[in-house]
Design a protein around this ligand. Structure first.
Ligand SMILES: [Cu+2]
Length: 317
């Protein structure tokens, strides 16, 4: 088993994706997996805008396992327009992952046989080993399992970091991982997971309605679609988010593209909190800010100075 513990080693951040700030003090002291012998928990992932079961985070650290499966499928990006998506678990964004501070996060990454590309996964809730990217490169038909300990609270992006990274991310390979403080979050009536991303597409040579990835649009930073939850109409019409009057609602809002601002009309936001920031994932390496908007009193810090975390890595297989 290969291990690397950045909390007691050189503090220079080594995670990829433009994380170039000094590493803050860890929010949680790293402990030995073998000493703690954490309870194994299988996290049942669900597709956006749903969230998995939210843990209460009152117990001992757990070993939270889940499987991400890479898929390469042509789907509809707008009515009548198709695009060859690259995804985690067949959805854009990839499933939300919610764990507690101190939990170990044990990831199995499967790259389906028949896929064209190698893939990996880079969690910005972690540092070292390219956020997992260096530990998780899998070719078609391969799988790998690795784990890290979540030592910094906040909302972070995860994404494929296999070259060309821009192509993999802007084709849909991104999602959010949320690390909760001890005690979890106050109860709400409904929770939703939203994530914005850009797609740079152009009609293929033989089919004007069959779009393909456009490197020219990426280079010119000129996306053809700026969408929330992966496609035009993902949150409108029959897909509209529904809540009842007086219900308390929490939104987890992330971005895998250029910076923009969510704007809630028709309701009162009791509290909106920025929990982290990460890279802008298109052509520039400037920072962007995934945000989680909470509609109730918050005991979280208003702004996290960084998404960087101290992490002990273990490559399991
Ligand atoms: Cu990929």
């Amino acid at each position: 088993m290969a291990t690397a513990c950045s909390s007691d080693a050189d503090p220079t951040p080594v995670s990829g994706g433009g994380q170039n700030e000094s590493v803050p003090a860890p929010a949680y002291e790293a402990r030995s997996f073998d000493d703690v012998k954490p309870l194994n928990v299988d996290l049942k992932l669900v597709l956006a805008p749903a969230l998995p079961e939210i843990p209460d985070c009152n117990g001992e650290p757990r070993n939270v396992h889940f499987t991400l499966e890479t898929s390469e499928e042509i789907g509809e990006i707008a009515p009548g327009i198709t695009f060859p998506f690259l995804t985690f678990n067949g959805s854009v964004p990839g499933p939300a992952i919610v764990v507690c501070l101190g939990d170990w996060v044990e990831v199995t990454l499967k790259n389906l046989a028949g896929n064209r590309f190698a893939h990996n996964v880079d969690f910005h809730a972690a540092t070292g080993a390219l956020g997992g990217g260096a530990a998780s490169i899998v070719g078609p038909g391969q799988r790998t399992t690795f784990r890290f300990q979540a030592l910094k609270e906040g909302a972070f992006v995860y994404h494929c970091a296999f070259a060309p990274i821009v192509m993999h991310v802007s084709s849909g390979m991104y999602g959010s991982i949320i690390v909760l403080l001890k005690g979890g979050l106050p109860d709400v009536d409904k929770e939703f997971y939203l994530m914005e991303g850009d797609f740079c597409t152009e009609p293929s040579a033989d089919d004007p309605k069959g779009h393909v990835y456009s490197q020219e649009r990426v280079t010119n930073e000129n996306p053809s679609y700026v969408v929330t939850n992966g496609r035009v109409g993902a949150l409108t019409g029959d897909n509209a988010l529904k809540v009842k009057v007086e219900e308390k609602v929490r939104f987890y809002y992330g971005q895998a593209n250029d910076e923009s601002w969510i704007h809630i009309i028709g309701g009162t936001s009791i509290k909106s909190t920025s929990l982290g920031r990460s890279i802008r994932t298109l052509t520039r390496s400037t920072e962007w800010k995934p945000r989680r908007f909470r509609l109730e009193a918050s005991r979280w810090p208003s702004i996290l100075s960084s998404t960087l975390a101290y992490t002990c890595w273990s490559t399991i297989s």
